[in-house]
Design a protein around this ligand. Sequence first.
Ligand code: FAD
Length: 253
Amino acid sequence: MTATQPYSGATAVVIGGSIGGLTAALLLRDLGFDVHVYERTPSALDGRGSGIVLQPDTVRWFTERSAQSLDDLSTSTGYVQYLDRDGRVEFREERRYDYTSWGTFYRALLADLGDGSYHLGEFACGFDQGTDHATVRFVSGTTVSADLVVFADGITSAARQRFDPQAKLKYSGYVGWRGTFPVRDLDPQTRAALDDAITFNVVPNSHITMYPIPGEDGTAAEYRLMNYVWYRNVPEGPELTELLTDKRGFTSP
Ligand SMILES: Cc1cc2nc3c(=O)[nH]c(=O)nc-3n(C[C@H](O)[C@H](O)[C@H](O)COP(=O)(O)OP(=O)(O)OC[C@H]3O[C@@H](n4cnc5c(N)ncnc54)[C@H](O)[C@@H]3O)c2cc1C
């Protein structure tokens, strides 16, 4: 046991292999834990999201611990601007923002962890806590015991329901319609207007925001994607249920 690795020799299991789970696993491993991550999705997580505005907390793993450079994972813009309904600039000021894409961020965390500690297709269906270890059971039949179990299983966390049965999801009152478009395919006028800014367009009960993020092949200008999110206030009820129903007929939480 060393001062920097006070838990050397201890074991940890993380349930959920997304951004939260991977970050927890990396930090636990730095403390000395032998850590394994179990994710229910059968293949590497991809196509889940688009842009993420980088806040200092989000990037701490990369700025403080990782050998990877944040510059290789992020894009930035120099301005904040608001457009009117006709696309004319109403307000613009110099302010830097940094961005990544969900996939870029996930792949970078996974690269630091290494595939050997990351187990796909493992759905945790139950767990128990003993006096000196906790045990997790998976639908595959696998059972794993460890000194520490972390549930990073998202907003519908089954573990949270067990520890805090009163916890309920509360609808925030708006939906976001998001997507990406290759920056290189924007017409030159649109590209010049949007390329170096986070852009907002505010209309009654709704607003749109846009910013450029890394593409699948990297952060270079030719690979970048313009990320857009159109936020709309939608009251709870049938319109919301219909909006949240996917192509297979499943409704999201
Ligand atoms: C497009 C997009 C943009 C976003 N932008 C931002 C942003 O700008 N800023 C921000 O702060 N956040 C943003 N978010 C939210 C951010 O992505 C989430 O906060 C983040 O993904 C949450 O990570 P998480 O690991 O906590 O949970 P999740 O990503 O929900 O991951 C939970 C994981 O647990 C797995 N899991 C669940 N149950 C089990 C089980 N029983 N057994 C095994 N595995 C299980 C799930 O399959 C999933 O992979 C964005 C999200 C999306 C989709």
